[in-house]
Design a protein around this ligand. Structure first.
Ligand SMILES: Nc1ncnc2c1ncn2[C@@H]1O[C@H](COP(=O)(O)OP(=O)(O)O)[C@@H](O)[C@H]1O
Ligand SMILES: [Mg+2]
Length: 564
């Protein structure tokens, strides 16, 4: 599924799927809900004990003594505290356990999707997913599911209690109040907040992007005297963001004011209904006080629900993104227990065709051969499919038709571990981690000896350069900043490939971004190393092909010429 064709799930589906992720933790969730409900009922018990005392004083037949009512009130108060603690404990236990499980699932999904499916994803959005999206889901698990269940249970219990002890008319008034405050208000508010929330997030993202862009390009801004103009634009965007923030806060506070107002209205309505019933002699004063006190004290859980919608829109968006990632099918699955290659002497590609989307063919009927001891060049304009061909040779994607044979064995049958041991790639730019040069090289082979590392660096003509660095092989790559040129980094990339010892090295435009001196050094190094291995060198530049023993020419996904 690509970013574009993502299906938007509706809120109910997302909630359902997120709850399904609970798995065996769902019994803790039930515990949280039961504790929460019992806790709130205990809180109501404090008020109701008082109300029962007043009713008794008014002559109502209450089977508890005043002393017993007092003990009941105190007992309910203490129990309320304990139950509330247990509720919060269970909720957060679930939330944090689940976040660990979810993160684990996301990392596993990313590992499987890598590298093909991650190419098209923005790195920022992946980071956002494992940080802020997961945090948002914490809100869902710890502060959304159980409040909703608790509100329903408390409302039902109160309605039944009021109906039995006092009057079903009072109970009906309360139910209308619960539905209005707990369902209608959140529904209307979520519609309003959705629009302002989306606008706020759009402004926020655009401001962030502009600001980050400005910092990244600060050198060019200063060079071209563009500071004032940038500052004005930053201020303008900041003001727009502020306006949207105000609008959103305005909507949120409007919603909570409306909730408070409606709660007061329904409490007054309950009181009015009670008084009318007493006047009509349908209800005694004592029972009216009991009923109205129960209704008064029962709105807490539904008020909590009406505060949710602001969070829920974001929760759904986060949930949707996480579910998307967990559902996404990888481009290829690793071949486990496949054929292990002993050595790799030759590669034979015949009639290979491929398309990314199943419609437009990016490669058609490609045939190439490569063997140990020679440099095979592939040249063609940008976008003709050279990089795609190399990715297929590494099995990052699944070919549509044709054959890729390593030593006569079809690529689909070769063990993925064995394939990556025998075939490696150097791409257009080499990424250096913020570690020492030695550690940067060791990625290719963690158990390499110092001697092997130095040999590989000599082969890539980068040893002397490293020795001139302040701490030699121990120099931190990050501390060098821009002091290593792109060409020098590429030579370290090449040393990595040599150190890995693979028998086939694929080079994807290794010299396109670098100066001609470094290009010369790299091409010379390749020429000297070709005896040991096969090399496929891809470039859009004709001049790079000078070192190749044979050259294939590509155009629009086809081989148009072969020069052996
Ligand atoms: N991950 C991808 N998904 C969809 N289309 C892609 C992807 N990568 C490359 N393409 C498309 O495939 C074609 C060949 O790209 P590529 O192999 O990178 O060409 P080259 O390396 O020769 O410049 C281009 O039209 C490019 O837009
Ligand atoms: Mg390319």
């Amino acid at each position: 599924m690509s970013e574009k064709q993502k299906t938007r799930r509706n809120g109910v589906t997302i909630m359902g799927n997120l709850i399904l992720l609970l798995g065996s933790l769902s019994f803790v969730m039930v515990l949280a809900v039961l504790n929460g409900t019992a806790g709130f009922l205990c809180a109501m018990g404090v008020t109701l004990s008082g109300a029962a005392g007043i009713a008794k004083a008014l002559g109502e037949n209450i089977s508890f003594s005043y002393g017993a009512l007092m003990v009941l009130a105190i007992g309910c108060g203490i129990l309320r505290g304990i139950l509330r603690y247990l509720e919060q404990y269970s909720n957060h236990y679930i939330a944090f356990r689940l976040l660990a499980v979810l993160r684990d699932k996301i990392f596993r999904a990313l590992r499987v999707l890598c590298p093909a499916k991650l190419e098209t994803k923005q790195k920022g959005s992946i980071i956002a997913m494992i940080t802020s999206d997961i945090e948002t889901l914490e809100v869902f698990y710890a502060h959304t599911i159980s409040p909703v269940c608790i509100a329903v249970l408390v409302s039902v219990c109160t309605a039944v209690f009021v109906g039995m002890v006092s009057s079903w008319w009072l109970s009906l008034t309360a139910v209308i109040g619960y539905v209005t405050v707990g369902i209608l208000v959140p529904f209307c508010v979520s519609i309003r907040l959705k629009a302002s929330g989306v606008r706020y997030r759009t402004e926020f993202a655009s401001f962030n992007a502009y600001f980050l862009d400005s910092i990244k390009g600060i050198k060019d801004i200063v060079l071209h005297n563009g500071g004032e103009k940038r500052k004005e634009e930053v201020n303008r965007r900041s003001n727009e963001l502020l306006t949207e923030t105000k609008k959103m806060k305005h909507d949120i506070s409007g919603a909570s004011a409306a909730t408070e107002l409606l709660v007061s209205v329904f409490i007054l309505a309950a009181l009015a209904v009670g008084i009318v019933l007493v006047i009509c002699h349908d209800l005694t004063m004592g029972r009216m006080i009991l009923g109205v006190a129960a209704v008064f004290s029962s709105f807490g859980p539904v008020i909590a629900i009406s505060a949710l919608p602001g969070n829920l829109t974001q929760t759904f968006a986060s949930g949707d993104r996480v579910l998307d990632l967990l559902r996404e099918e990888p481009a290829v699955r690793p071949v486990e227990n496949g054929i292990m290659l002993d050595t790799l002497d030759n590669l034979n590609v015949s009639h290979l065709s491929f398309s990314y989307d199943g419609e437009t063919e990016v490669l058609s009927d490609i045939c190439i051969r490569a063997k140990k001891g020679e440099i095979v060049g592939i040249v063609g304009a940008s976008g003709c499919g050279k990089s795609t061909l190399l990715k297929l040779l590494l099995r990052f994607w699944k070919k549509n038709s044709g054959m890729i044979l390593y030593n006569g064995t079809e690529i689909e049958e070769i063990d993925t571990g064995s394939l990556s041991e025998h075939v490696t790639m150097v791409s257009q730019t080499t990424y250096l981690f913020d570690e020492s040069i030695e550690e940067n090289l060791r990625i290719a082979r963690p158990d390499a000896t110092q001697e092997e590392i130095e040999t590989a660096c000599r082969q890539a003509a980068v040893h002397d350069l490293i020795m001139r660095l302040p701490d030699g092989y121990q120099t931190q790559a990050g501390a060098l900043g821009d002091n290593l040129s792109a060409g020098e980094k590429q030579r370290i990339g090449l040393a990595r490939a040599f150190l890995r010892g693979s028998e086939l090295i694929l080079l994807d435009e290794p010299t396109s971004n670098i100066d001609s001196i470094n290009e010369g050094i790299i091409l010379q190094a390749l020429k000297q190393q070709k005896k040991e291995r096969g090399i496929i060198l891809v470039s859009h530049r004709e001049s790079t092909m000078a070192v190749a023993d044979c050259v294939y020419r590509m155009e629009g996904g086809r081989m148009i010429e072969q020069n052996r």
